[in-house]
Design a protein around this ligand. Structure first.
Ligand SMILES: Nc1ncnc2c1ncn2[C@@H]1O[C@H](COP(=O)(O)OP(=O)(O)OP(=O)(O)O)[C@@H](O)[C@H]1O
Length: 247
Protein backbone atom coordinates (compact mmCIF):
# COMPACT_ATOMS: atom_id res chain seq x y z
CA UNK A 1 0.00 0.00 0.00
CA UNK A 2 1.49 3.32 -0.99
CA UNK A 3 1.45 6.10 1.59
CA UNK A 4 -0.89 9.05 1.42
CA UNK A 5 1.55 11.25 3.31
CA UNK A 6 5.30 10.73 3.53
CA UNK A 7 7.32 12.98 5.78
CA UNK A 8 11.08 12.57 5.66
CA UNK A 9 13.68 14.24 7.86
CA UNK A 10 11.49 17.30 8.22
CA UNK A 11 13.23 20.27 9.79
CA UNK A 12 11.92 23.64 10.85
CA UNK A 13 13.61 26.38 12.81
CA UNK A 14 12.39 29.73 14.01
CA UNK A 15 15.68 31.64 14.28
CA UNK A 16 17.90 29.57 16.50
CA UNK A 17 14.99 27.50 17.84
CA UNK A 18 14.80 24.03 16.25
CA UNK A 19 11.10 23.20 16.36
CA UNK A 20 11.09 20.12 14.11
CA UNK A 21 14.22 17.99 14.33
CA UNK A 22 14.29 15.65 11.35
CA UNK A 23 10.85 14.16 11.72
CA UNK A 24 9.95 11.10 9.65
CA UNK A 25 6.58 9.34 9.44
CA UNK A 26 4.03 7.97 6.95
CA UNK A 27 0.26 8.04 6.90
CA UNK A 28 -1.57 5.34 4.94
CA UNK A 29 -4.89 5.82 3.13
CA UNK A 30 -7.80 5.68 5.57
CA UNK A 31 -5.54 5.86 8.58
CA UNK A 32 -6.37 8.08 11.57
CA UNK A 33 -3.25 9.36 13.29
CA UNK A 34 -3.50 11.25 16.57
CA UNK A 35 -0.60 13.50 17.52
CA UNK A 36 -0.14 14.11 21.21
CA UNK A 37 2.61 15.72 23.25
CA UNK A 38 3.48 18.62 25.52
CA UNK A 39 2.86 22.24 24.64
CA UNK A 40 5.60 23.61 22.41
CA UNK A 41 6.75 20.21 21.15
CA UNK A 42 6.08 21.18 17.52
CA UNK A 43 2.71 19.53 16.83
CA UNK A 44 1.05 22.57 15.25
CA UNK A 45 4.14 23.47 13.27
CA UNK A 46 4.30 19.95 11.83
CA UNK A 47 0.64 20.05 10.83
CA UNK A 48 0.86 23.56 9.36
CA UNK A 49 3.92 22.53 7.35
CA UNK A 50 1.89 19.82 5.60
CA UNK A 51 -0.46 22.43 4.11
CA UNK A 52 2.27 24.99 3.45
CA UNK A 53 1.18 27.39 6.18
CA UNK A 54 4.77 27.09 7.36
CA UNK A 55 7.82 26.78 5.12
CA UNK A 56 10.16 24.12 6.41
CA UNK A 57 13.94 24.47 6.59
CA UNK A 58 14.77 20.98 5.31
CA UNK A 59 13.48 17.52 4.52
CA UNK A 60 10.60 16.28 2.36
CA UNK A 61 6.82 16.09 2.35
CA UNK A 62 5.14 13.94 -0.29
CA UNK A 63 1.38 13.84 -0.67
CA UNK A 64 0.11 11.00 -2.88
CA UNK A 65 3.72 10.54 -3.91
CA UNK A 66 3.97 14.14 -5.15
CA UNK A 67 6.61 16.30 -3.51
CA UNK A 68 5.36 19.47 -1.85
CA UNK A 69 8.93 19.93 -0.73
CA UNK A 70 11.84 17.62 -1.42
CA UNK A 71 15.12 17.90 0.46
CA UNK A 72 14.17 21.44 1.43
CA UNK A 73 13.28 22.55 -2.11
CA UNK A 74 9.65 23.51 -2.71
CA UNK A 75 7.58 22.56 -5.75
CA UNK A 76 6.37 25.30 -8.11
CA UNK A 77 3.32 27.37 -7.16
CA UNK A 78 0.87 25.47 -9.36
CA UNK A 79 1.95 22.14 -7.89
CA UNK A 80 1.83 23.52 -4.35
CA UNK A 81 -1.74 24.72 -4.95
CA UNK A 82 -2.84 21.40 -6.36
CA UNK A 83 -1.20 19.36 -3.59
CA UNK A 84 -2.49 21.50 -0.74
CA UNK A 85 -6.02 21.57 -2.22
CA UNK A 86 -6.21 17.82 -1.59
CA UNK A 87 -6.06 18.54 2.15
CA UNK A 88 -8.59 20.22 4.41
CA UNK A 89 -7.55 21.87 7.65
CA UNK A 90 -9.54 22.59 10.79
CA UNK A 91 -8.10 25.03 13.33
CA UNK A 92 -8.43 25.39 17.07
CA UNK A 93 -10.09 28.80 16.76
CA UNK A 94 -12.35 27.88 13.81
CA UNK A 95 -11.02 30.69 11.55
CA UNK A 96 -14.43 31.32 10.02
CA UNK A 97 -14.92 34.53 8.04
CA UNK A 98 -17.11 36.70 10.31
CA UNK A 99 -18.52 38.79 7.46
CA UNK A 100 -19.83 35.75 5.57
CA UNK A 101 -22.82 33.58 6.39
CA UNK A 102 -22.31 29.91 7.14
CA UNK A 103 -23.10 29.09 3.53
CA UNK A 104 -20.80 31.89 2.36
CA UNK A 105 -17.99 30.41 4.42
CA UNK A 106 -18.51 27.02 2.80
CA UNK A 107 -18.76 28.37 -0.73
CA UNK A 108 -15.85 30.81 -0.75
CA UNK A 109 -13.03 28.40 -1.63
CA UNK A 110 -14.86 26.36 -4.30
CA UNK A 111 -16.21 29.54 -5.90
CA UNK A 112 -12.78 31.18 -5.88
CA UNK A 113 -11.18 28.06 -7.34
CA UNK A 114 -14.11 27.55 -9.75
CA UNK A 115 -14.79 24.04 -8.57
CA UNK A 116 -18.19 23.52 -10.14
CA UNK A 117 -21.00 25.90 -11.04
CA UNK A 118 -22.90 27.90 -8.39
CA UNK A 119 -25.76 25.36 -8.25
CA UNK A 120 -23.39 22.47 -7.71
CA UNK A 121 -21.49 24.38 -5.05
CA UNK A 122 -24.72 25.33 -3.26
CA UNK A 123 -25.90 21.71 -3.37
CA UNK A 124 -22.61 20.54 -1.93
CA UNK A 125 -22.74 23.06 0.92
CA UNK A 126 -26.30 21.97 1.71
CA UNK A 127 -25.25 18.34 1.79
CA UNK A 128 -22.29 19.02 4.08
CA UNK A 129 -24.26 21.21 6.48
CA UNK A 130 -26.72 18.37 6.79
CA UNK A 131 -23.86 15.96 7.43
CA UNK A 132 -22.66 18.03 10.41
CA UNK A 133 -26.22 18.57 11.68
CA UNK A 134 -26.53 22.26 10.80
CA UNK A 135 -28.99 22.34 7.92
CA UNK A 136 -30.91 25.16 9.59
CA UNK A 137 -27.88 27.46 9.94
CA UNK A 138 -26.98 28.17 6.30
CA UNK A 139 -27.95 31.86 6.46
CA UNK A 140 -26.66 32.54 9.95
CA UNK A 141 -23.44 34.46 10.67
CA UNK A 142 -20.68 32.82 12.73
CA UNK A 143 -21.15 35.21 15.69
CA UNK A 144 -24.59 33.67 16.26
CA UNK A 145 -23.21 30.15 16.68
CA UNK A 146 -21.87 28.25 19.68
CA UNK A 147 -18.24 27.13 19.58
CA UNK A 148 -19.27 23.57 18.81
CA UNK A 149 -21.45 24.75 15.94
CA UNK A 150 -18.64 26.96 14.61
CA UNK A 151 -16.27 24.04 14.61
CA UNK A 152 -18.78 21.84 12.79
CA UNK A 153 -19.13 24.60 10.16
CA UNK A 154 -15.34 24.66 9.90
CA UNK A 155 -15.30 20.90 9.31
CA UNK A 156 -17.99 21.18 6.64
CA UNK A 157 -16.02 23.99 5.03
CA UNK A 158 -12.85 21.87 5.05
CA UNK A 159 -14.79 19.15 3.18
CA UNK A 160 -16.06 21.43 0.39
CA UNK A 161 -13.14 20.74 -1.96
CA UNK A 162 -13.48 16.97 -1.53
CA UNK A 163 -10.17 16.56 0.24
CA UNK A 164 -8.84 13.10 0.79
CA UNK A 165 -6.88 14.16 3.85
CA UNK A 166 -8.16 16.16 6.81
CA UNK A 167 -5.89 17.81 9.35
CA UNK A 168 -7.17 18.94 12.74
CA UNK A 169 -5.19 21.25 15.02
CA UNK A 170 -6.64 20.83 18.51
CA UNK A 171 -10.21 21.05 17.25
CA UNK A 172 -11.82 20.98 20.69
CA UNK A 173 -9.32 22.94 22.79
CA UNK A 174 -11.22 26.22 22.50
CA UNK A 175 -14.58 24.63 23.37
CA UNK A 176 -16.45 24.36 26.62
CA UNK A 177 -16.35 20.71 27.73
CA UNK A 178 -20.06 20.17 27.01
CA UNK A 179 -19.51 21.17 23.36
CA UNK A 180 -16.57 18.88 22.58
CA UNK A 181 -18.76 15.79 22.16
CA UNK A 182 -20.67 17.13 19.14
CA UNK A 183 -17.40 17.90 17.33
CA UNK A 184 -15.76 14.59 18.24
CA UNK A 185 -18.85 12.76 16.95
CA UNK A 186 -18.41 14.35 13.52
CA UNK A 187 -14.72 13.41 13.46
CA UNK A 188 -15.56 9.88 14.54
CA UNK A 189 -18.09 9.61 11.72
CA UNK A 190 -15.42 10.73 9.23
CA UNK A 191 -13.12 8.04 10.62
CA UNK A 192 -15.85 5.46 10.03
CA UNK A 193 -16.05 6.69 6.43
CA UNK A 194 -12.31 5.98 6.12
CA UNK A 195 -11.21 9.58 5.79
CA UNK A 196 -7.45 9.88 6.22
CA UNK A 197 -6.85 12.19 9.16
CA UNK A 198 -4.14 13.63 11.35
CA UNK A 199 -5.54 15.00 14.58
CA UNK A 200 -3.48 17.03 17.04
CA UNK A 201 -5.36 16.69 20.28
CA UNK A 202 -5.23 16.82 24.05
CA UNK A 203 -8.29 14.57 24.27
CA UNK A 204 -6.58 11.38 25.35
CA UNK A 205 -9.72 9.25 25.53
CA UNK A 206 -10.70 10.32 22.06
CA UNK A 207 -7.20 9.64 20.71
CA UNK A 208 -7.25 6.20 22.28
CA UNK A 209 -10.70 5.44 20.83
CA UNK A 210 -10.53 6.78 17.33
CA UNK A 211 -6.87 6.65 16.27
CA UNK A 212 -5.23 3.77 14.47
CA UNK A 213 -1.89 5.15 15.49
CA UNK A 214 -0.54 7.68 17.95
CA UNK A 215 2.50 9.85 17.42
CA UNK A 216 3.90 11.21 20.65
CA UNK A 217 5.94 14.36 20.02
CA UNK A 218 8.45 15.78 22.47
CA UNK A 219 11.04 18.49 21.87
CA UNK A 220 10.55 18.55 18.10
CA UNK A 221 10.93 14.80 17.68
CA UNK A 222 8.60 11.85 17.37
CA UNK A 223 9.49 10.25 20.65
CA UNK A 224 7.11 7.32 20.19
CA UNK A 225 4.82 5.97 17.51
CA UNK A 226 2.48 3.07 18.01
CA UNK A 227 -1.05 1.78 18.36
CA UNK A 228 -3.12 3.29 21.18
CA UNK A 229 -2.54 0.07 23.15
CA UNK A 230 1.21 0.40 22.77
CA UNK A 231 1.28 4.08 23.69
CA UNK A 232 -1.26 4.07 26.51
CA UNK A 233 -0.75 0.52 27.72
CA UNK A 234 2.90 0.37 28.55
CA UNK A 235 4.70 3.61 27.82
CA UNK A 236 8.31 2.81 27.18
CA UNK A 237 9.71 6.27 27.62
CA UNK A 238 9.83 8.19 30.83
CA UNK A 239 8.69 11.41 29.12
CA UNK A 240 5.64 9.68 27.61
CA UNK A 241 4.71 8.31 31.01
CA UNK A 242 5.17 11.69 32.65
CA UNK A 243 3.06 13.39 29.98
CA UNK A 244 0.23 10.87 30.16
CA UNK A 245 0.15 10.96 33.94
CA UNK A 246 -0.39 14.73 33.90
CA UNK A 247 -3.63 14.29 32.08
N1 LIG B 1 5.95 31.94 14.14
C1 LIG B 1 6.74 31.54 15.13
N2 LIG B 1 7.85 32.24 15.45
C2 LIG B 1 8.69 31.85 16.43
N3 LIG B 1 8.51 30.74 17.17
C3 LIG B 1 7.43 29.99 16.91
C4 LIG B 1 6.49 30.34 15.88
N4 LIG B 1 5.52 29.39 15.85
C5 LIG B 1 5.82 28.51 16.80
N5 LIG B 1 6.97 28.85 17.44
C6 LIG B 1 7.63 28.09 18.53
O1 LIG B 1 7.80 26.77 18.07
C7 LIG B 1 7.64 25.85 19.13
C8 LIG B 1 6.62 24.79 18.72
O2 LIG B 1 5.34 25.39 18.61
P1 LIG B 1 4.06 24.57 18.17
O3 LIG B 1 2.91 25.52 18.20
O4 LIG B 1 4.33 23.82 16.95
O5 LIG B 1 3.94 23.54 19.38
P2 LIG B 1 2.70 22.65 19.81
O6 LIG B 1 3.28 21.33 20.17
O7 LIG B 1 1.66 22.68 18.77
O8 LIG B 1 2.21 23.39 21.12
P3 LIG B 1 0.72 23.62 21.69
O9 LIG B 1 0.25 22.30 22.17
O10 LIG B 1 0.95 24.59 22.80
O11 LIG B 1 -0.09 24.20 20.57
C9 LIG B 1 7.25 26.65 20.35
O12 LIG B 1 8.41 26.86 21.13
C10 LIG B 1 6.76 27.96 19.77
O13 LIG B 1 6.97 29.02 20.66
Amino acid sequence: MSSMIEVRQLQKSFGSLDVLKKITFDVNPGEVVAVIGPSGSGKSTMLRSLVHLEEVSGGSILIHGKPLVENGKYAGNADIKEITASMGMVFQHFNLFPHLSVQGNLELAPRTLKRGNPQEIAAKSKELLSKVGLSDKADVYPSMLSGGQKQRVAIARALMLNPDILLFDEPTSALDPELTGEVLRVIRQLAEENMTMIIVTHEMNFARDVADRILFMADGEIAESGTPEQIFGSPRLERTRTFLNQD
